[in-house]
Design a protein. Structure first.
Length: 131
């Protein structure tokens, strides 16, 4: 138990903290899968189906529709669980690449990156020291 005398004594405390570089990026590689058909499905009207770990399903749907020159209603984006991030990751880019390639080759396509390429252009927080 602390005594009153100890509590009243003047004292100086010192500490030092350091935080190294911090990457605001996905903790895993990004992947996108797409199947773009030459004609829409007669029952659903869907012409492009995309599977992605995107953080914005509707934004990706609109971007892919614009890229493929399709109506938004002809593109279906299915969210798949993926590694998250603080900021931009490559999930949307991988999905768009897969959709473009699938539209050219006429069959389903998977595009994925590796950890090195997924983090090469990421934003870094500066290291800092506090005393």
């Amino acid at each position: 138990m602390l005594t009153q005398r100890w509590l009243e004594r003047p004292r100086r405390l010192a500490a030092s903290y350091f935080t190294p570089f911090q990457m605001h990026a996905a903790i895993g590689p990004s992947c996108g899968v797409a199947h773009v058909r030459t004609e829409p499905d007669p029952a659903t009207g869907i012409q492009a189906t995309v599977w992605s770990g995107t953080q914005g399903v509707y934004e990706l749907q609109g971007a892919i529709a614009q890229m493929l020159n399709l109506p938004t209603t002809a593109v279906r984006v299915i969210y798949m669980e993926a590694s998250g991030c603080y900021g931009h990751n490559g999930a949307d880019d991988a999905a768009a690449d897969a959709a473009f390639i699938s539209s050219v080759v006429g069959s389903p396509c998977e595009c994925s990156g590796c950890a090195r390429t997924s983090t090469a252009g990421s934003l870094w927080a500066r290291p800092w020291r506090t005393r």
